[in-house]
Design a protein around this ligand. Structure first.
Ligand code: NAP
Length: 435
């Protein structure tokens, strides 16, 4: 009680840090309207003080030493928007030890070291907020933790990587190849120079690890998230999807099935009428199913300076208000709080869903029968079959299965791959949503 202002130490002044500073400057009335006292940025940690910045900054507050922030007693909240595992992790733990609260947008660090970091914040009786770490500007952590607290969450399923959604949208609307669209996205600054975390699905897996941990109240580490990226998707797969009434999206899926948790990121056939199917370009959306509220969808900008800054500044306001109202820090706030013991995370073999299977085969009588037999032998029943390009060799053969265990599909495909008439298994993509 009795604080007359709240001091911030900002770690990082890149895309998100700049957004935070811009919002604190531009929306000063809105911010102080919520806190009643000014929020002052006391110090900003960067690597290179001489680098030009997009926001006007008093040079005196720039520092390259984290110790300056630790030693500044007027700083109550450390805002970590520098990224990476270290030194970010060490700085956050250091801030806790000095009794400073932390707001972060660092999904990789929280996904990989969440339990240790939350435990330390509890031990030191300080707050940790991380709304910006998943889906940028979309409020999803607090809704799951607080607004939906009365529900048992059954499913969280979303498009939580803007780069891959942009690439798939362009491939779908313009019929272009993956590599071609990726190159253009890099030229326009929509994709990073090193896009592998995005296109291989790892960025979405980090975010899903955080989301699923909160939604299902158990630790879901990123190495337990089955992860497949979008690099193998071709315009032909997209065309087949369209013909069958689907669009292809990179989905992050967390589900509770028979008491176990499924956590997986992979390209997915989504029915064209599903709300996630119309989420295009770099937009993100998260579909949540709760056992009381039913279906919800959160939609918006999943990255960028101001959208992510919006989430980070809201966290700052939240922490500031708790400091100002004198609420004991350890007693409140989200953060993998009520873990339900270690719940079982299903491996991919035991997932049951539908599958799109695209084969290249030699067009001759009996081909379909031999492939159908291999599926039948493994209890894979077929919902539809399309054959394209009759008379050409090889010819495309596409199957959509009924719901079946992944291990059965894999076993059938091991047999099918060795059939003399099968040239190639071009792609296998999971299908979500009812037929
Ligand atoms: N970009 C987004 O849209 C977005 C969305 C959601 C979450 N996030 C998360 O937010 C975090 C920041 O992302 P960003 O895109 O803003 O990164 P960024 O543009 O690369 O900025 C990083 C900033 O941190 C500083 N920095 C990095 N390592 C440092 C070190 N060892 N010592 C001191 N300063 C250091 C850099 O200093 P210099 O400026 O001197 O190089 C830079 O100002 C990441 O965890 C990211 O995953 C980003």
């Amino acid at each position: 009680m009795g604080e007359r202002e709240i001091g911030i130490g900002l770690l990082g002044c890149g895309t998100v840090g700049t957004g935070v500073l811009e919002i604190l400057g531009r929306n000063v009335e809105a911010v102080t309207g919520h806190t009643g006292v000014p929020i002052r940025v006391r110090k900003v940690l960067v690597r290179d003080k001489s680098k030009p910045r997009r926001v006007a900054l008093n040079q005196d507050i720039l520092t390259t030493s984290f110790q300056d922030i630790l030693d500044d007693d007027s700083i109550q909240i450390v805002v970590e928007v520098m990224g990476g595992l270290e030194p970010a992790g060490e700085y956050i733990l250091g801030a806790f030890r000095r009794g400073k609260h932390v707001v972060t947008a660092n999904k990789e660090l929280l996904a990989k070291r969440g339990p240790e970091i939350f435990e330390s914040s509890r031990k030191h009786g300080v707050m940790l907020r991380f709304e910006g770490s998943v889906a940028g500007g979309i409020p999803i952590i607090k809704p799951l933790e607080e607004c939906l607290a009365a529900n048992r969450i059954q499913e969280v399923m979303g498009i939580i990587n803007g780069t891959t959604n942009y690439i798939l949208t362009k491939m779908t609307s313009e019929g272009r190849q993956f590599e071609d669209v990726l190159r253009e996205a890099q030229e326009k600054g929509f994709a990073e120079a090193n896009p592998s975390d995005d296109i291989e699905g790892r960025d979405a897996a980090y975010k899903l690890a955080i989301l699923a941990s909160i939604a299902f109240g158990t630790e879901v580490s990123p190495d337990k998230v089955y992860t497949e990226g979008i690099t193998k998707i071709t315009p032909l797969d997209i065309e087949y999807a369209r013909e069958l009434g689907f669009v292809i999206k990179l989905l992050a899926i967390g589900k509770e099935v028979d008491g176990a948790i499924e956590a997986r990121v992979h390209p997915t056939f989504v029915p064209a009428r599903h709300p996630l199917a119309s989420v295009n370009d770099a937009f993100n959306a998260i579909f949540v199913r709760g056992n009381a509220v039913g279906d919800l969808m959160f939609y918006g900008r999943g990255a960028g300076d101001l959208p992510t800054g919006s989430a980070v500044v809201a966290d700052i306001i939240d922490v500031a208000n708790s400091i100002l109202s004198g609420v004991p820090a350890g007693a409140i706030g989200p953060g993998f709080v009520t873990w339900n013991g270690g719940r079982k995370i299903s491996d991919i073999d035991s997932v049951s869903t539908r599958y799109y299977i695209h084969l290249k085969v030699i067009d001759r009588p009996g081909v379909l029968a031999s492939i159908a037999r291999a599926f039948g032998d493994h209890e894979v029943s077929l919902e539809s079959v399309i054959q394209k390009g009759r008379g050409q060799n090889p010819v495309g053969l596409v199957f959509v299965t009924h719901r079946v265990l992944e291990r059965n599909v894999r076993a059938a495909l091991r047999v099918i791959k060795d059939l003399p008439v099968v040239m190639d298994i071009s792609n296998v993509i999971r299908v979500e949503g009812e037929a």
